[in-house]
Write a protein that binds this ligand. Structure first.
Ligand SMILES: Nc1ncnc2c1ncn2[C@@H]1O[C@H](COP(=O)(O)OP(=O)(O)OP(=O)(O)O)[C@@H](O)[C@H]1O
Ligand SMILES: [Zn+2]
Length: 726
C-alpha cells in the first residue's frame, strides 16, 4: 500500500507547488533530510523544521499561500518533504544506507519573521473568527495536559467505477467524522462521475494525539484582566513535547519501560497500551516518580498552527459549544529562552567599573543600586534591601543528609494600608523574567497551588499561581486570604519546592522553585506585644518559611510624613532623592534587571570562616536570648541567614560571603523579629531610611553586633554551620 504522501508521479501530478517546495527543502534543509533518511525506523513521524523567513526570501508567493491556506499547503509541504527524501535516498553515497520513511512533517518556525505581528501573533484573548484557517501563532503557559491517545487520521478510498484511489481526511470540527466526496475526485481527462467508494483495507493512518491547554501569561495583561486560555492539539512527534506538571513523558516512559514497570502514570485515566517503542502509559504513584527525580515544570510555549473549532462533548444538561482550538504545527518552549536575559559584555564591564569606583565605600555603591528599587517610593531602605536580597537569593545546595536546601528566599510584608506594599509586589514581578501576580485567593480556580478539573469527561490537573511561576517569582497580595486547601499545600510548595498531588486519581509531583513575595495587612490594629502569628493570623510554621517578615506600621511620625509628602509632591520634577544624579541614571530599571539576573547566575558565594562564626554565634544567641520567638528561631532561620548572606555577597558583586554580608543578613533577620535580640533600632521598617554615610554607619553597627556576640561566650564556640553552606 503506498503511503498517502506518495504522489503517483511528480510529472503526472503536474504538481508544481510540491516541486517548488521540494526544491526549497533540498536547498535549505538537505542536512535534516539526510538525517531523516539515515534514521533506521521507517514507522516514526519525523519533523523537518523550516524557518518561515527562508521560505519568504526564497519564494514569497508560496510563503503567503502557506500563511493563508495552511490546511492545503502544509499537506503539500509534507508531500514535498516525502518526495525530497526519496531523492536524497537515490543520491546517497556508496555504502550509506537510507531507509524510506512513511511520515515526515514540515514544522514552520516563524520566530524572527515578519509573521511575528499582532495579526498572526495575537494574544489568546484576542483570537477571533477572522483568525480561523490561517497560520496563527499563540503564546502561553501550559496549564493542562491531557491523556495521550490514538487518533484515526487520513485513509484511502477507491472509486468503485474507475478504481481511482484517493485520500480522505477526518474533520476535527465534527468530532473527526469522515465526509466522502459526492463525486469521484479523479481528474482524468474523461470525468468518472462515480459516487460509490470503498475504504481501502489497512489504509487508515493512526496518529499519537494529545490535547493541552495554554493560558496567556498574566504578565502581559493589565491588572484585573482574566487570563484567557485555549486548547491546543498536539499530534505525532509533537506529543509530550511540553511539560506541564510532567517531565517530558518520553524520557519518563522510556526509563520506566526499560524498568518494565506496568503501572499507570496517573495523568491518563484511560490506560492505553501502545507498542513498546511508542509509549506505555503506566500507573505510577508520586513516590516512585519523585524517587526517580521526576519533578515537574509548567512550560511557557509559543505554538504555530491552524486555528479551527471543535464542538464540545455531548454532556447531559450542558450546552454544546463550538470552542476554538489550535492544531499545532510547531511548538517552541520559551522558558529557557526567557531565562536568559541578554547581558552584553559591555554591560558586565559597566558593572565592574561601577564597583571599582566604590571599592572604598562599597555600601554607598550598594545603596545606589537599592535606590533603583521602586524609586517612586521614598525611603523604606530595609524593604528595598530585603526585596533585593529576596530576588537575588542564595545558592541551592544539598546538605549532609542529602536533602535539597532551597536557594530561593521568601519575603512577607505585613503593613497598614497605604504603606507601599503593592508597589513593591508589582516592581519585583517586573524585575523577574518569569512572574505571576495574584492574591491569596488566586486568580484562577486552581488557586495558588493546583487543582483537578474535569474537562470533557476527563480529569486534568490545572496549575495554580505557584506552579505557573516556577523558576521565577509569585507575588501574592492579601496573603492571609488564601483558601484552606492552599494553606495546607503551600508549606510544602515553599520549603520542599514541590507540590504532591493526589486528586481524582491523579497522583504526581509538581515543581514550585518559586520565590514567594507576600503582602498582607495586620489583623486589625497591629499589637507589638503580640506575636506575628497573632497579628497576621498566619501559622508559625508558615511564617517560619519566610526568610524575612517586615512590619510596616503607619505610626504617626510628623517629620517622616513631611519628607514623604514633599517627595511625592516633587515627584514630577526629579524622580530621585537628593543624591548623585548620574548614579540614578546608571541604575535604570533595565540595568537593575540585568544586574540581578547576572549576579544570580554568575556568583556562587561560599561562607568565609569569619562569616560562619558570626552567623553561628548569632543563631546560638537567638536560641538562648529571652526575647527569642520560637516560631522563627528554628534551623530554618539558620538556613535563611546563610541564604541572605550569600544574596548580599552577590549584591556586592562578590564570590565569597564576608563578615559584612553575615552582619547584613543578621540586620535583616533582626528587622523581621520586630522585637530584636541585639539591635534596638529596628522595628518599624516603614521609617527606615537611606543614610548618607552607610559605610561609617555600618562600622558602628558591626561594632555593636560583634560586642554583643563576644559577650556571648559561645562566640568562640563550636561552629554549628560547618557544611551547611556548601
Ligand atoms: N514611602 C512612600 N513614598 C512614596 N509613596 C508612597 C510611600 N508609601 C506609600 N506611598 C504611596 O501610597 C499609595 C499606596 O501604596 P500601595 O497601594 O502600595 O499601598 P498598600 O500597602 O499596598 O495598600 P493596601 O494594603 O491597601 O493594598 C501608592 O500610590 C504609593 O506610591
Ligand atoms: Zn471514479
Amino acid at each position: 500500500m503506498k503511503p498517502i504522501n506518495e504522489p503517483e508521479s511528480m510529472e503526472k501530478e503536474e504538481d508544481s507547488e510540491v516541486k517548488s517546495l521540494a526544491e526549497f527543502l533540498m536547498t535549505y534543509h538537505s542536512e535534516q533530510l539526510h538525517s531523516i533518511v539515515v534514521s533506521p525506523d521507517p514507522k516514526l513521524h519525523y519533523p523537518l523544521c523550516i524557518d518561515f523567513t527562508d521560505l519568504l526570501n526564497e519564494n514569497s508567493r508560496l510563503a503567503h499561500l502557506v500563511l493563508a491556506q495552511p490546511t492545503v499547503y502544509l499537506l503539500l509541504f509534507d508531500r514535498a518533504a516525502f518526495w525530497a527524501h526519496k531523492i536524497v535516498i537515490k543520491g546517497l553515497k556508496f555504502g550509506e544506507k537510507g531507509v524510506e520513511k512513511k511520515f515526515i512533517h514540515v514544522r514552520i518556525n516563524i520566530c524572527g519573521s515578519p509573521l511575528e505581528c499582532p495579526e498572526t501573533f495575537p494574544s489568546i484573548g484576542r483570537v477571533r473568527v477572522k483568525h480561523r484557517g490561517i497560520l496563527l501563532t499563540l503564546k502561553g503557559t501550559v496549564i493542562r495536559s491531557g491523556a495521550i491517545k490514538m487518533y484515526e487520521g487520513e485513509r484511502m478510498y477507491q472509486c468503485r467505477k474507475c478504481k481511482h484511489v484517493f485520500p480522505v481526511y477526518p474533520e476535527l470540527e465534527s468530532r473527526n467524522s469522515i465526509t466522502l466526496p459526492s463525486f469521484c475526485p479523479s481528474q482524468r481527462s474523461k470525468s468518472c462521475e462515480g459516487s460509490r467508494f470503498d475504504c481501502v483495507d489497512e489504509s487508515v493512518i493512526r496518529h499519537d494525539y494529545q490535547e493541552i491547554k495554554i493560558q496567556e501569561s498574566t504578565q502581559v495583561l493589565g491588572v484585573g484582566v482574566i487570563p484567557r486560555s485555549i486548547p491546543v492539539i498536539l499530534m505525532d512527534d509533537l506529543v509530550d513535547i511540553v511539560k506541564t506538571g510532567g517531565n517530558t513523558f518520553k524520557d519518563l516512559f522510556s526509563e520506566i519501560a526499560t524498568m518494565n514497570f506496568i503501572c499507570f502514570l496517573s495523568f491518563h485515566i484511560d490506560p492505553v497500551l501502545y507498542q513498546k517503542e511508542h509509549l506505555i502509559s503506566v500507573w505510577m504513584g508520586c513516590g516512585e516518580l519523585e524517587h526517580y527525580g521526576y519533578v515537574f515544570v509548567a512550560d511557557d510555549i509559543t505554538v504555530t498552527g491552524i486555528l479551527t473549532a471543535k464542538w464540545s462533548p455531548d454532556l447531559k444538561d450542558v450546552r454544546s459549544n463550538l470552542d476554538p482550538v489550535l492544531i499545532a504545527n510547531y511548538v517552541r518552549r520559551t522558558n529557557e529562552l526567557k531565562a536568559n536575559i541578554d547581558i552584553p559584555n559591555d554591560v558586565i564591564i559597566k558593572f565592574k567599573h561601577f564597583w571599582s569606583d566604590f571599592s572604598d565605600t562599597p555600601l554607598k555603591g550598594r545603596n545606589a543600586i537599592l535606590r533603583g528599587i521602586c524609586p517612586q517610593i521614598f525611603g523604606l531602605f530595609t524593604v528595598k534591601l530585603a526585596v533585593a536580597l529576596t530576588l537575588i537569593g542564595g545558592v541551592q545546595h544539598v546538605d549532609a543528609s542529602g536533602s535539597k536546601i532551597r536557594g530561593e528566599s521568601h519575603l512577607l510584608l505585613v503593613g497598614d494600608p497605604g504603606t507601599g506594599k503593592s508597589q513593591f509586589l508589582k516592581f519585583a514581578a517586573k524585575l523577574c523574567n518569569r512572574s505571576v501576580i495574584t492574591t491569596g485567593l488566586g486568580s484562577t480556580s486552581a488557586g495558588l497551588t493546583v487543582t483537578a478539573v474535569k474537562d470533557g469527561g476527563e480529569w486534568m490537573l490545572e496549575a495554580g499561581a505557584l506552579v505557573l511561576a516556577d523558576g521565577g517569582i509569585c507575588c501574592i497580595d492579601e496573603f492571609d486570604s488564601m483558601r484552606e486547601h492552599d494553606r495546607a499545600t503551600i508549606h510544602e510548595a515553599m520549603e520542599q519546592q514541590t507540590i504532591s498531588v493526589a486528586k481524582a486519581g491523579l497522583v504526581t509531583t509538581l515543581s514550585t522553585r518559586t520565590i514567594v513575595f507576600g503582602a498582607t495587612n495586620p489583623k486589625g490594629q497591629y499589637d507589638p506585644d503580640q506575636s506575628l502569628s497573632v497579628n497576621t493570623a498566619l501559622s508559625g510554621p508558615l511564617l517560619s518559611r519566610f526568610d524575612i517578615v517586615l512590619v510596616l506600621l503607619d505610626t504617626k511620625n510628623p517629620e517622616w510624613d513631611a519628607v514623604v509628602s514633599s517627595h511625592i509632591l516633587n515627584e514630577g520634577e526629579s524622580n530621585k532623592e537628593d543624591h548623585d544624579e548620574d548614579l540614578g541614571n546608571i541604575w535604570t530599571f533595565a540595568m537593575l534587571r540585568r544586574y540581578i539576573h547576572f549576579v544570580k547566575g554568575y556568583f556562587r558565594p561560599v561562607l568565609t570562616k569569619e562569616a560562619e562564626k558570626v552567623i553561628s554565634s548569632y543563631y546560638q544567641l537567638q536560641r538562648r536570648s529571652a526575647t527569642y520567638n520560637a516560631a522563627r528561631t528554628t534551623v530554618r532561620m539558620l538556613e535563611s541567614l546563610i541564604r541572605l548572606a550569600q544574596a548580599h555577597a552577590r549584591l556586592m558583586f562578590r564570590n565569597e560571603v564576608t563578615r559584612m554580608d553575615a552582619i547584613m543578613a543578621i540586620l535583616c533577620i533582626e528587622s523581621s523579629m520586630t522585637t530584636s535580640a541585639i539591635v534596638d533600632s529596628v522595628g518599624n521598617s516603614l521609617h527606615s531610611n537611606f543614610t548618607e554615610t552607610p559605610d561609617q554607619e555600618y562600622a558602628k553597627q558591626e561594632g555593636l553586633i560583634l560586642e554583643k556576640l563576644r559577650s556571648f561566650d559561645e562566640f568562640s564556640g563550636v561552629n554549628i554551620i560547618e557544611g551547611l553552606s556548601r
